[in-house]
Design a protein around this ligand. Structure first.
Ligand SMILES: C[S@@+](CC[C@H](N)C(=O)[O-])C[C@H]1O[C@@H](n2cnc3c(N)ncnc32)[C@H](O)[C@@H]1O
Length: 246
C-alpha cells in the first residue's frame, strides 16, 4: 500500500531535488533502450535526471510527472522533451504510442495494478518497461547507516526495489542488471541530498533536525568520512526490464 503523504512529498520540491539528487549511469539507459527507438516515455520523471539519458536513444522523448515544481525544472532544463502533468495511473497519452517506458526511483509510489494497466496501454505490443533505482552499496557502512536513519523499517531489506517483482500484470520479465558506480560528493551536498528524501520532507522541524544530527554523528565517527569535507560515495543502480505481453 502506497503511503500517499510520502508519495506526495515531492509536490513542492524541484530545484533542490535537481541539485542534490544523484543522476544515473548511461549504462542503465543502455539496458532499457539498447537500440534507437521512435518514442520513449519517462514516467514519474521528476526533474528529468533519467529523461536526459533518453534523448540520445529516442527520436521523441516524453516526460510525465505529477509535480508542477518538478516539471518546471525539467521543462527549463530539457526543452526538447515533451512534458506533461500526469500520473502513472492515468497517463495522458494515446494507446500504443510508446516503444519504451522508463520509471526511475518512482515505481514504488505507483498504485501498481492501474499503473501497470496504463503503462501496457500506452506501450506498443512487445514494448519495453524498465524500472530502475539507485541504492546504497551494502559494503559502504556509513551510507548504509545513514539509510537506516531515513528508512528505519526497511533499510536492510531494500525498500523500493521490492515493488519490482518478476511478475508484473501484463508484462513478461526479461532480466535484471546491476551497475556499480560512484561519485565524489561534498559532506554538505550529501546532507542536502538527505533533505530531499521523502521521510525528511514529511518530518516536522524537530524530527528533521534530529535526523540530520544523527547523520552528522555517523559522518563524524566513520573513518572513511571523519574530518573529510568530500568523499567518494559508491552507488548501485538496479534495473529491471520487462516486455509488454502480446
Ligand atoms: C524519487 S522521485 C524520482 C524522480 C525522477 N524519476 C528521478 O529519478 O530523479 C519520485 C517521483 O515520482 C513521482 N510520483 C509520485 N507518485 C506518482 C504517480 N502516482 N505517478 C507518477 N509519478 C509519481 C513524484 O512526483 C516524484 O517526481
Amino acid at each position: 500500500m502506497v503511503d500517499q503523504q510520502l508519495a506526495k512529498s515531492f509536490e513542492n520540491i524541484g530545484a533542490d531535488y535537481d541539485r542534490y539528487r544523484p543522476g544515473f549511469p548511461d549504462a542503465a539507459a543502455e539496458v532499457i533502450v539498447p537500440e534507437q527507438v521512435s518514442t520513449a516515455l519517462d514516467l514519474g520523471a521528476g526533474t528529468g535526471k533519467f529523461t536526459e539519458l533518453l534523448l540520445d536513444r529516442a527520436d521523441r522523448v516524453i516526460a510525465v510527472e505529477p509535480s508542477d515544481a518538478m516539471l518546471d525544472v525539467l521543462r527549463a532544463k530539457l526543452p526538447a522533451v515533451e512534458a506533461y502533468l500526469g500520473g502513472a495511473e492515468d497517463i495522458p497519452l494515446a494507446d500504443a504510442t510508446v516503444d519504451a517506458v522508463a520509471v526511475a526511483q518512482a515505481f514504488h509510489w505507483f498504485d501498481r495494478e492501474p499503473a501497470c494497466a496504463e503503462i501496457r496501454r500506452v506501450l506498443v505490443p512487445g514494448g519495453t518497461l524498465g524500472l530502475l533505482w539507485n541504492h546504497s552499496d551494502p559494503d559502504c557502512a556509513w551510507d548504509r547507516a545513514c539509510h537506516r536513519i531515513a528508512h528505519p523499517a526497511v533499510a536492510d531489506t531494500d525498500t523500493t526495489t521490492e515493488s519490482a517483482a518478476e511478475e508484473l500484470p501484463g508484462f513478461v520479465f526479461v532480466g535484471r542488471a546491476e551497475i556499480l558506480w560512484s561519485e565524489q560528493i561534498t559532506r554538505a551536498d550529501y546532507i542536502g541530498r538527505w533533505l530531499t528524501v521523502s521521510s525528511f520532507l514529511v518530518a516536522d522541524d524537530a524530527t528533521r533536525a534530529r535526523m540530520v544530527a544523527e547523520i552528522d554523528a555517523i559522518l563524524d565517527a566513520d573513518p572513511a568520512t571523519k574530518g573529510q569535507s568530500r568523499f567518494v560515495l559508491p552507488m548501485i543502480t538496479e534495473v529491471f526490464v520487462y516486455r509488454a505481453a502480446r
